[in-house]
Design a protein around this ligand. Structure first.
Ligand code: MSP
Length: 509
């Protein structure tokens, strides 16, 4: 079973921030979950290095564009390493493999009469690398004009190649109709549908007013529009145009994960380009929401840009990974606040999950000589508890396939809360004096529940859950969904108990 999934490729016009980290970690959680479930996953990320925006950022930094791209691309790669984002490949759009693939795609579109020479006159926002109609643009009091996204626009008049997007309106609508899961979440799918129904006009796909891009084959002076260049990364990284490359059979992608701001490029333009080139379209595209910070939009001028690496230094990578998907339904917008992060760490990680594990393994260490006890005859309470833990497999699979990461976490937390109630009800510390066999059986149930919980949470918090699985004696070969079917042998020696989630104590101001 193969699974190919992608993050968006990041613009290298500035340093990585928490919004980029969010996309990357979300994709990583989903990729890790599929691996845990036995899929042969190919997980791609990368950087988007051409276009006017990057050219300008390099100029402002007083650097040659390529040197600038090299420096910032390395920061994104480093961010992913530090956030435990487990990509299999990282593509840069300035690499020869990509440039070659994009030019091949262009030629193919040209040969199929999908691109023609015309000219574009209208508004362009460099920040969004997007064209806007006069109706979209607002005149501000200072005489400047902005797009609905707030990005400043400029008037552009230049000879351009245009892509016959208008031809693909019906085919796109039909594809949406036949594939109700093509775009998620459902509200975003409806937005895309009404955009398509509103009418598609041909799209400008080359630029002549600057140089930092992939040259249009055989047309000096034209560079390929950065979105055609960028979207093609998903196939050039698989070896396109070499359809005999070992990776090509992975196309079409199973999932493109993107932010809501770039959903239209992925859910309308990209499938149209692919249909026009006679290539299969991706199976699913999911658009997640945006983060604000303490109620405000993140921006350099406000000075509230959150650096994911400083959060990781302070709170630990897993707490950050957990918080981002626990705090806000995936697909909705959310607000970052340090208070909320600390509160989740202390109540849910330290109290609910950390204590459950600590209490259980300490009791085993003290009362069972540190050896995993065997299950006894199961009581109804035991069976219900174990049933809840076993049920996580099915309920998480279904939720992760809908990218409902928050629902997946809530399902696991229901089991954790139930396990805390179970331990209080069964009171193994009291059974110690009255019925040692029953005490051992209860502790074994708890160890098995912790094993299920830690396995299912490992895509979210890989490092801490590896430590938790060590604590309950799960060998590396059984750390998977299939592995959960193999019971741990009685007599498994457990390591000395160690807290996995210490409480976060704020330094006094
Ligand atoms: N280069 C394009 C994508 C090309 S994909 C073929 C791009 N890059 S980006 O660096 O601007 O954005 C990368 C991702 O970060 C996008 O999914 C975007 O939605 C996400 N985020 C950027 N800021 C964000 C927030 N404040 N909150 C959540 N995600 C945000 O777009």
């Amino acid at each position: 079973m193969r699974f190919y999934m992608t993050t968006p490729i990041f613009y290298v016009n500035g340093d990585p921030h928490i919004g980029h980290a969010y996309t990357a970690i979300a994709a990583d959680v989903l990729a890790r979950f599929k691996r845990l479930d036995g899929y042969d996953v190919h997980f791609l990320s990368g950087t988007d290095e051409h276009g006017q925006k990057v050219e300008k950022a390099a100029r402002d930094a007083g650097m040659a564009p390529q040197d600038f791209c090299d420096a910032i691309s390395a920061k994104f790669r480093d961010m992913e390493v530090r956030l435990d984002v487990s990509t299999d490949d990282f593509i840069r759009t300035t690499e020869p493999r990509h440039v070659h693939g994009v030019q091949a795609l262009w030629r193919r579109l040209r040969e199929r009469d999908q691109i023609y020479l015309g000219h574009y006159e209208g508004w362009y926002a460099v920040r969004d690398e997007d064209f806007y109609s006069a109706d979209d643009v607002t005149l501000l009091a200072d005489g400047s004009r902005v797009a609905p996204t707030g990005a400043p626009v400029e008037w552009v008049r230049e000879p351009n190649f245009l892509f016959r997007l208008s031809r693909w309106q019906d085919a796109l609508l039909q594809h949406y109709e036949e594939n109700p899961d093509f775009v998620g979440p459902p509200a975003k799918r409806n937005e895309m549908l009404s955009f398509i129904r509103g009418g598609l006009t041909d799209l400008s796909v080359s630029r002549t007013s600057f140089k930092w891009g992939i040259p249009v084959p055989d047309e000096p002076g034209h560079v390929i529009y950065v979105w055609v260049d960028a979207l093609a990364n998903y196939i050039t990284a698989l070896g396109y145009p070499d359809l005999c490359s070992s990776l090509w059979p992975r196309w079409p992608a199973d999932l493109h994960l993107v932010g809501k701001d770039i959903l239209r490029f992925h859910a309308v333009y990209w499938p149209a380009f692919l249909m026009a080139a006679g290539l299969p379209v991706p199976k699913r595209i999911f658009g997640h929401g945006w983060w604000t910070v303490e109620g405000e939009k993140m921006s350099k001028s406000v000075g509230n840009v959150i650096d994911p690496l400083s959060l990781v230094d302070r709170f630990g990578v897993d707490a950050v990974r957990f918080f981002l998907f626990r705090e806000v339904p995936f697909g909705n917008d959310g607000d970052y606040s340090e208070r909320a992060l600390i509160s989740r760490m202390n109540t849910e990680l330290a109290n609910d999950l950390g204590n459950l594990c600590q209490r259980s393994v300490s009791l085993i260490a003290r009362n069972c000589a540190g050896v995993l006890p065997d299950r006894g005859p199961l009581t109804q309470d035991d069976e219900e508890m174990l049933g809840l833990a076993d049920g996580l497999i099915g309920s998480l699979r279904e939720r992760m396939d809908r990218q409902a990461l928050h629902e997946a976490l809530e399902e696991v937390w229901k089991a954790i809360r139930a396990a805390n109630a179970y331990i209080d009800r069964q009171a193994p510390w009291a059974l110690k004096k009255t019925d040692r066999a029953r005490m051992a059986a209860v502790l074994r149930v708890l160890a098995d529940v912790i094993r299920s919980v830690a396995t299912m949470l490992s895509p979210f918090m890989p490092q801490s859950m590896a430590r938790m699985l060590d604590q309950v004696g799960v060998p590396h070969g059984l750390r998977s969904i299939a592995g959960l079917q193999t019971p741990l042998p009685e007599g498994t020696l457990l390591p000395a108990p160690q807290g996995v989630f210490p409480r976060f104590v704020e330094e006094a101001a």
